[in-house]
Design a protein around this ligand. Sequence first.
Ligand SMILES: O=C(CO)[C@H](O)[C@H](O)COP(=O)(O)O
Length: 222
Amino acid sequence: MNSKKRAAEKAVEYIQDGMIVGLGTGSTAYYAIEKIGERARSGLRIKAVASSKRSEELAKQFGVALVPIEEIDSIDITIDGADEVDNNNNLIKGGGGALLREKILASHSKRFVVIIDESKLVGKLGRFPVPVEIVPFASNLTLRHLRALDCEPRIRRDAENVYITDNGNMIADCFFDIIEDPEILSARMNSIPGVVENGLFSHTMVHAVIIGTENDTVKIKK
Ligand SMILES: O=C(CO)[C@H](O)[C@H](O)COP(=O)(O)O
């Protein structure tokens, strides 16, 4: 079993009967959704909300019952991947383009459990570009504001075309070197008109990080 799958399957052990479960997006979250489906077929009764159209499709494929997000008040547990995790459990997310819905789910979750392999661990964030969801209107001007934060923003493309999120927006991938203070940077980014949300997730949201290692075990970082 690979490391991502090992982390995902460990996280799924936290799920109990009757819970509302947030489904993440990406290749690690895939294994979690697959495992939740397996447990559902063995009798686990849960309802799920998805952070992307892709994860919604996977849930249907694996037989995970979905509930419209408008019908819930809170989420018991969300299980999701990350692109980088620093020493304090701050995250960069959104490599899969789903950061806005992922952050909404995480912020309403009693437990937000992050599943990664060891390659995602860093001392300080910044090796991976910070994805920022921006509205298409005046995106050139929004990029100018982002550039003033000392990064090189690039509009994400999907082969030939500009990548469009599930919310009809664009992603600016912002290349920094080292991010010294993710909280301040996140606040600065979100104060720019035209920015919808950014991919920096505060450690204050994170309940646990489950790391699948190469040697058949998982480590849990709180
Ligand atoms: O934030 C995400 C999607 O928007 C993913 O969780 C992140 O990109 C990690 O993906 P993977 O598990 O495929 O490495």
